[in-house]
Design a binder for this molecule. Structure first.
Ligand code: ATP
Length: 267
């Protein structure tokens, strides 16, 4: 089983990705696709007059502040447009793709954090009306049912809280939870960079290999949301996934390229 997560930031080539997926799927490979939606969420938020706001936790992780209106915009853009654009591309290539969010059938279940601690202008603050969460359970039997029936699940990173609310969850960590729940051999985190760069944005400084026990030490090279990818990698490996690859989704045959040694391999 291969779990692939493609980012939603600008620059990724979804057509090339779907070409590669279709070839692999038609050759009989089982895979699950998870995706992000940052760029479309930002555009829609601007268009609707509710611009995005990013906050930094005391631990240094950056995330989208998700008040109720932002959650609704995130649902429209990510579970709506991005999810259906991927499903459409896969269907056009003959793949029986099925779009879902983690809310549907409690595919991804977890805890909502209704308040979050953030650092703003050097001061710690508490923000309320937050609709983000962390995943605690993956409904593997539902995903397995679709896979066994010949469907390729395309999953948007929204989870269902224990109380049944929709919550925004991180896409990389959602993919990690799914990969761990399935005991996947490989988790592929594709985005608009070649992998972890020692000197971002210098692409010649790509780090090819990170020993699994040393991920923490490499956090110092990751700024902003790249930290979440390393965190997701750590969670996947701790959950039994054999290797995590951070690789480029802007190039043709991006999955094959990554599996053949491209990107940053963590194992
Ligand atoms: N050391 C680094 N190496 C590579 N990228 C880095 C590094 N530090 C920070 N980054 C940033 O991380 C970004 C990738 O994370 P980002 O969250 O934007 O991707 P994404 O997976 O497309 O998002 P989403 O799934 O939320 O839509 C890169 O575009 C880059 O700006």
């Amino acid at each position: 089983m291969l779990v692939v997560k493609v980012g939603g930031s600008a620059g990724n080539d979804y057509d090339a990705l779907c070409d590669d997926i279709a070839t692999r799927w038609q050759a009989g490979e089982h895979l699950i696709l998870v995706h992000g939606g940052s760029d479309q969420t930002n555009r829609l938020a601007e268009a609707l007059g509710h611009p995005p706001r990013f906050v930094t936790s005391p631990g240094g992780h950056t995330s989208r502040y998700t008040d109720r209106r932002t959650l609704e915009i995130f649902l429209m853009a990510t579970a709506g447009l991005v999810n259906k654009q991927l499903v459409e591309r896969l269907q056009m290539r003959g793949v029986m793709a099925l779009g879902l969010s983690g809310l549907d059938g409690r595919l991804l279940e977890g805890k909502r954090k209704s308040t979050i601690r953030v650092i703003e202008q050097g001061r710690q603050m508490i923000l309320r009306d937050d609709w983000t969460g962390t995943i605690e359970r993956v409904n593997t039997s539902l995903l397995r049912m679709f896979l066994d029936a010949g469907y390729l699940p395309v999953v948007a990173p929204i989870a269902c809280s224990t109380a049944g609310e929709a919550v925004n969850v991180d896409g990389d960590r959602a993919a990690a939870a799914i990969a761990a729940a399935f005991g996947a051999q490989t988790l592929l985190l594709l985005s608009n960079v070649p992998g972890l760069l020692r000197h971002f944005p210098d692409e010649a400084s790509l780090i090819n290999h990170i020993p699994r026990a040393e991920v923490e030490a490499y956090m110092e090279y990751a700024a902003g949301r790249m930290k979440k990818k390393l965190l997701g990698a750590q969670e996947a490996l701790a959950g039994g996934v054999q290797r995590v690859i951070l690789a480029d989704a802007r190039i043709p045959a991006c999955i094959s390229h990554a599996l053949a040694g491209g990107g940053t391999h963590i194992a």
